[in-house]
Structure formats: C-alpha cells, structure tokens
Design a protein around this ligand. Structure first.
Ligand SMILES: Cc1cc2nc3c(=O)[nH]c(=O)nc-3n(C[C@H](O)[C@H](O)[C@H](O)COP(=O)(O)O)c2cc1C
Length: 443
C-alpha cells in the first residue's frame, strides 16, 4: 500500500509471523524508499518491495529498480505495468547464472500483480528479446546470461487482482481467477519451464469465507490490502483506522486518481464520512469542461478556493511549481505554456494532498480525506462485529491475517464434511480467535 501505508512495521510484523509483506514504496520520495530498504535489509525473514509502473516518472521507476538491484532486494512486487519495461527486465535478469547441477538460478524474483490476461501472459513469458539485446549492449548482462534469461518467466508468481481498494479494474474474483490460472497452465506447457507457474488471488479477501473460496479455486496464495490498512501497524492515522472500522460493504466508490487524473483513471475509495469522491469527481468534470483556470467563471473559481482548496489558485500553483521544479521540471515548462496542464496540476495538488491529510489525520480536513479502500473492508467489519477484532486498537496485522487463514482452513474442513453429508450444527460459524487460541489448537 502506497506512501508507506504498508509500513516497515507492517512488513516486519508479517515477516515474523511467517507471512510475506511488501513495503509500500509507491508515491514516496526515493530517499524514503532507500531508508526502508536499509532498514529491512538482512532482517532474516521474507519481505519484498513494491515497484509501481510510473509512466509519468520513468526515471524514478528506473532509479528504484536500480536501488533494489544495488541493495540486494530479492523480491519485488511489480504492479500497474501496462507492458514490460527495461528497468524491470534489468532487475529480473541481474545475476542470473547456472548452478553446478545445471539448473538456472535467477536471484531476483518478481511477483506481478495484474488484472488483465494480456499482461499476465507477458509476465509468465520470458523477458522480451529486444530488452535482452539492450542489456547485452549496455554491458548489464552477458550473451550467456541473456540465453539463460530466455528460458525463465519474467514472473513465476502472478497475483490476480480482482475488485480491490485503490487502482482496480473492478473485476469479479470468481471470473478473473480461473482465466489467469488456465493461462498459467497453458504457458507452462508452451515454454516448457522447469518451474511451476503459480497464481495467487487478491481483491475482496478479508474474511475466512473469501479466503476459503480463493483456495477452493486453486489459488496458490492470497493477498490482502484494504483490511491491512485498518490495522495498527499501517502507516495511516488513527482517525482513518476508526473510519475504516465503521465501513460497511457499500461505503466505497470510484473516484478520480491523482496519478492518472487527465486520463480519467479512477481508484476505489471510502465514501462514508468524507466528501472526497464527490469533490474529486467535480474537479475532473471542470477539467473536461474548461481550457484552463482563467476560463472557469470567477464565481465558481471563488467557490472552489473557499470550500475545496482553502487556498487561492495562485497560491496552489506557486507551491505546485516549487514542488515540480525539483521533482520534474519538465512539468513546470509544460504548464507554463499549456493552461490546461497547469489546471490539471493544480487539481492534482488537491487529490494528492487529500491522501496526505488522511494519512496525517489532519482534523481540519476530515471532509477531504482520500482513503483507498475496497468492499473487503465492509466484509471484514461484518465478520468481526461483536468480537475483539471489532475494535481498531486490537487489529494487529498478523492476528488478522492468521484469523483469515485459520478460519479458511476451518471452513474448508466444514465443507468437506458437508460434501460427505455430515450435518453441521445449525449455528456453526467461524468466529475470530485470539492468537493464544490458535496457538493452543496447534499445540
Ligand atoms: C490504501 C491502499 C494503498 C494501496 N497502494 C498500492 C500500491 O501502492 N501498489 C500496489 O501494487 N497496490 C496497492 N494497493 C492494492 C493492494 O496492494 C492490494 O492489491 C489490494 O488492496 C487487495 O485488495 P483488497 O483491497 O480488496 O484487499 C493499495 C490498496 C490500498 C487499500
């Protein structure tokens, strides 16, 4: 989860419990990711880092991939990719070699998160030759290494992401998963890999029943997001955690995304207790309707300055300009000759800040909080109602995850009994367990 919401503390807690967490590197400055990498290096348990495709900031994507190579990060979760990129192929092929027994060892692993089969196909295929040629030419790999790279998939594991919090295609899990799983089987045969391709499932999973359903479909693993944000270790504010604990199934909606605002891309967010989705949608409408800030009628402009921004357009542009002068000066050049682009950057300022106000728990901006969240959150709250996990202070990420997995195992066993015509008690229900109860079960 972006901006360090999937925090170092969360990754550590999951790792110590034998689960895999990914640090939420997206949206963070390079230095903040480097600090997290240094912190999590050599921790002695599995962990990984997110690498999000950044079409607007290709240099940052390349710098992060290079950082992961330099620091020996062995597992990266690649997400939001629309196609494979050179930095990603460079990461995957770095250090590839043949072991004494003849097997191919690629020390850097990628777990790709996708929601479309075309992309799954690219990740389950070997790295494209054109990128391998470039890497040979720039001396990153040898011709022998390129030859080995041609025999392995870009990613051995793919997480099929169904309707989720944040960026999502809103695909139903039960439709998406079988397609990606069958693709894995086909491509394994086509390429004759010596390793098994595996498909995990994410999106909508926050209860034992959902996890049991994922495993029943053949998921190699499950991944959660929304429910983790509601846990004490997440890098968000207590106010957001309390809001998430009140969330019901239908309290989420799609709203314009800050990173791909101009393209009309949307993200799934919380709508209960915040006016962000409505306000962001209004800004997108204005962006479509006007050629620039000056074209917006004065009365309307004033309304936005007073209610949405609590600052003038001029002040926001000044701050935005300063920000981009260090981060990406090209944006400033473009905005100074293109009024529409300037308007987009100002509107994106609001969208970006709205996520920070939420994360920092700014009490003066509650109404503008942008909180990424999917329907899984409501499902979890309903399941946890009346138990210790109803309280946001009790939601420890490993306890929640263990409950989802343990509960899924119980439900699966109950289902096996049902198939054998065993009548279960009418009130059979899998309820949240304290950590000690789960430990006792296995003792
Ligand atoms: C607050 C939040 C931030 C997220 N940020 C990212 C991100 O930066 N990169 C990414 O690959 N996925 C991101 N996701 C998606 C999650 O990693 C995960 O795939 C998804 O939440 C799973 O679906 P669920 O929300 O239904 O549990 C985010 C999700 C949430 C809720």
């Amino acid at each position: 989860m972006a901006k360090g919401i999937s925090s170092v503390a969360m990754v550590e807690e999951l790792g110590r419990a034998g689960m895999l967490g990914f640090f939420g590197a997206a949206g963070l400055p390079f230095a903040a990711v480097e600090t997290a990498v240094n912190h999590l290096a050599n921790v002695g348990f599995p962990c990984g880092f997110n690498l999000i495709h950044s079409p607007h900031e290709p240099d940052l994507e390349a710098a992060l991939a290079q950082l992961y190579i330099r620091k020996g990060v062995r597992l990266v979760e690649a997400s939001a990719f629309l196609a494979l990129t050179l930095p990603l192929v460079r990461y995957r092929t770095h250090g590839i070699h043949r072991a004494a027994d003849g097997s191919i060892i690629a020390p850097n692993r990628i777990i790709a998160k996708i929601s479309r089969e075309e992309l799954a196909e690219r990740f389950f295929s070997p790295p494209p030759e054109k990128f391998l040629r470039t890497l040979i030419e720039d001396g990153s790999i040898t011709a022998e290494q390129a030859e080995l790279a041609g025999q392995i998939p870009m990613a051995q594991e793919i997480t099929a992401e169904a309707d989720s919090g944040g960026h999502t295609d809103n695909r139903p899990a039960i439709a998406l998963f079988p397609t990606i799983a069958s693709l894995a089987t086909r491509l394994e045969l086509k390429f004759g890999y010596s390793v098994k391709l595996r498909v995990g499932l994410a999106g909508g999973i926050a209860t034992p029943a959902a996890a049991a359903a994922a495993f029943a479909m053949g998921a190699a693993y499950i991944m959660t997001g929304s429910v983790n944000q509601a846990c004490v270790e997440s890098g968000t504010s207590d106010t957001v955690r309390r809001m998430l604990a009140e969330t019901r199934q239908a309290d989420v909606t799609m709203a314009p995304a800050a990173d791909m605002f101009e393209m009309g891309v949307t993200v799934q967010v919380l709508k209960r207790g915040t006016m962000f989705p409505m306000r962001a949608a209004k800004l997108y409408e204005m962006y479509r309707a006007y050629d620039g800030i000056e074209s917006i009628p004065a009365a309307e402009r004033e309304k936005f300055e007073k209610t949405f921004f609590k600052a003038t357009f001029a002040d926001i542009w000044r701050d935005t300009r300063t920000f981009f002068l260090t981060r990406d000066p090209h944006q400033v050049e473009r905005a100074e000759r293109d009024e529409k682009h300037r308007m987009a950057l100002v509107f994106r300022w609001y969208l970006g800040q709205a996520a920070h106000w939420a994360k920092d728990g700014d009490p003066s901006r509650t109404i503008d909080y942008q909180i990424w969240c999917g329907p899984a959150m409501g499902a979890f709250n309903e399941w946890a109602a009346g138990s210790f996990l109803a309280s946001p202070e009790q939601r420890r990420v490993a306890t929640v995850a263990r409950n989802i997995l343990f509960g899924a195992a119980l439900m699966t066993r109950a289902n096996i009994l049902r198939y054998q015509n065993v009548r279960l008690p009418a009130d059979f229900r899998v309820e949240p367990f304290e950590d000690t109860q789960i430990k006792e079960y296995f003792a």
